[in-house]
Design a protein around this ligand. Structure first.
Ligand SMILES: C[S@@+](CC[C@H](N)C(=O)[O-])C[C@H]1O[C@@H](n2cnc3c(N)ncnc32)[C@H](O)[C@@H]1O
Length: 209
């Protein structure tokens, strides 16, 4: 059973899945700081990696291209369907990042790349606690998010009507939630907005002792 807000998020991404993939899949070449974070993570990580909130799989595929053994999970069956079709070399499943079907300590890394943008700041601790649970000792977490302190309703996106809430998280609140989940911050990056982005963007890498 998922809550009504998550149901609305899932239905919205089901609706936009095809156009999301068309509009977003080729944006990484224009994002040197994002590529740098992903490259550092690829270098640090050892063992299987799961991208939670993988969407249509562009980040999963990018990390796979850097030699990372990676699969994806997403709340939206529509996004997963597109990911499976577009990136058949990777495994994608439907699921919620707050309740992963993964044993404790099974993974070398977890990526949450803009997948907490619909998670209230107050719920970050529970979310990162679940991500920390599935990491093996020495495993790494990489997350990217919108850096700020506001919640904005989104009613139209990627050419469709949607029902989304976009949560901008203070960088220190993300770091505190990650630390509270038992991980140690390794690095953080805050960059200026690029193109249509409406504010600064944050990235953080953490490690399980
Ligand atoms: C902005 S998209 C990012 C997708 C992908 N990481 C990328 O960068 O292209 C956010 C994704 O997170 C997923 N998502 C939101 N809440 C989730 C949750 N609780 N569990 C798993 N996925 C979730 C959405 O379905 C959507 O595909």
């Amino acid at each position: 059973m998922i809550d009504p807000r998550s149901q609305a998020t899932r239905a919205s991404y089901d609706t936009v899945a095809e156009s999301y993939d068309r509009l977003v899949r080729s944006s990484l070449p224009e994002m040197p700081f994002d590529r740098a974070l992903l490259a550092v993570f690829a270098e640090l990580v050892d063992g299987p990696v799961l991208e939670v909130g993988c969407g249509t799989g562009r980040i999963t595929a990018h990390l796979g291209g850097l030699g990372v053994e990676i699969s994806g999970v997403d709340l939206s069956p529509g996004m997963v369907e597109v990911a499976r079709r577009e990136h058949p070399g990777h495994r994608f499943e439907v699921g919620a990042m707050q309740d992963l079907a993964v044993p404790d300590g099974a993974l070398g890394g977890v990526v949450a790349w803009y997948s907490t943008v619909h998670t209230p700041t107050a719920d970050l601790l529970a979310t990162f606690t679940e991500l920390a649970r599935v990491l093996a000792p020495g495993g790494h977490l990489l997350t990217a998010f919108k850096a700020g302190d506001r919640v904005t309703p989104l009613r139209h996106a990627y050419g469709h009507d949607v029902d989304l809430e976009v949560h901008w998280h203070p960088v220190d609140a993300v770091a505190d939630a990650i630390t509270g989940a038992g991980l140690t911050e390794v690095a953080r990056l805050v960059r200026a907005p690029h193109g249509p982005e409406k504010g600064p963007q944050g990235g953080l890498i953490a490690r399980k002792a």
